[in-house]
Design a protein. Structure first.
Length: 233
C-alpha cells in the first residue's frame, strides 16, 4: 500500500504553537520532507524539532526550491523533489512535509501537493497557525472587528496597494522592500496605525509598535499590520 504525504503547518516560530494533530502526524510518519537544502537551513524543521526531538532520527527528503522567477528552473526543482517524495510513497512510507505557518498561505508546498495528487497518491493538509494571527496576538490587537475588512498582501505588491484597500492590511514577506514600504507608511500616519513583528515566536523576535522604529534590514520573516485610525464622529 502506498504512503500518504501530509503538508504540515508548524506555525510561525514558537514550537508551542504546533497543533496536537501536527505533533501526532510528525511522530507517526516514517519520513520528513522539508522545503530547504538541508535540516540546518530549514526553519520549519528547526521549529518542529524543538517540539518533536525524536524527529532527528527520521530520514529527510529535502526539496530545494530556488528563489527565482525562472519558470523552467522552478519546474525542474519541483520535478526532482516530487520524484524523491513519490519514491518514498511507493515504498509505503508516510511523509510529514513541514511548512512554516499554514500550508495554504503562500506556501511552496501546495505545488508539491498538487503534483503528488496528480501522480495518483494521497495528499492531506494539516493546518498551522498563520504568522499574521500570531503577530496580532503578540501585539494584542484585533485583525478585524465588526464589519472591518482584512486584506492580505504578499511581498510582490505595489506600494500603492497599501492605500487602495480599506480596513486592515497585512503585509507579508516584505523582505528587501521594507525601506520603501516604511517611507510610504510614515506618510500615512495621520490615517493609519502601523505595527510590525519580525521573526515572530523565534528567539530573535522583534516587536515594533512605531513604524519609524522598524529596522529596514528586518528581513524576510517580517509581518506588517496596517490599521485605519478610528474617525471622530
Amino acid at each position: 500500500m502506498a504512503g500518504i504525504i501530509y503538508g504540515i503547518g508548524v506555525g510561525p516560530g514558537d514550537p508551542e504553537l504546533l497543533t496536537v494533530k501536527a505533533l501526532n502526524c510528525i511522530r507517526a510518519c516514517e519520513v520528513i520532507g522539508i522545503p530547504a537544502k538541508n535540516v540546518q537551513t530549514c526553519t520549519a524543521y528547526q521549529i518542529a524539532l524543538k517540539a518533536v526531538p525524536e524527529m532527528k532520527d527520521k530520514p529527510v527528503v529535502a526539496v530545494t526550491v530556488p528563489m527565482t522567477k525562472d519558470e523552467i528552473r522552478l519546474q525542474e526543482a519541483y520535478d526532482r523533489g516530487c520524484a524523491e517524495l513519490i519514491y518514498e510513497l511507493e515504498q509505503g512510507n508516510n511523509i510529514a512535509f513541514l511548512n512554516l505557518g499554514d500550508p495554504t498561505i503562500y506556501a511552496s508546498y501546495m505545488e508539491i501537493h498538487k503534483r503528488i495528487e496528480t501522480a495518483g497518491f494521497q495528499a492531506e493538509l494539516v493546518s498551522g497557525v498563520p504568522s499574521f494571527c500570531a503577530v496580532a496576538a503578540e501585539l494584542g490587537i484585533p485583525l478585524g472587528s465588526g464589519k472591518e475588512k482584512i486584506h492580505i498582501l504578499p511581498g510582490c505588491y505595489d506600494e500603492d496597494e497599501i492605500e487602495k484597500y480599506d480596513g486592515t492590511k497585512i503585509l507579508m514577506k516584505s523582505g528587501g522592500e521594507i525601506g520603501g514600504i516604511k517611507e510610504r507608511l510614515v506618510k500615512l500616519e495621520k490615517k493609519t496605525e502601523t505595527f510590525a513583528v519580525s521573526n515572530c515566536g523565534m528567539e530573535n523576535q522583534q516587536v515594533y509598535s512605531d513604524i519609524r522604529e522598524l529596522d529596514e534590514q528586518a528581513g524576510y520573516f517580517t509581518t506588517i499590520i496596517v490599521k485605519e485610525k478610528e474617525r471622530d464622529e
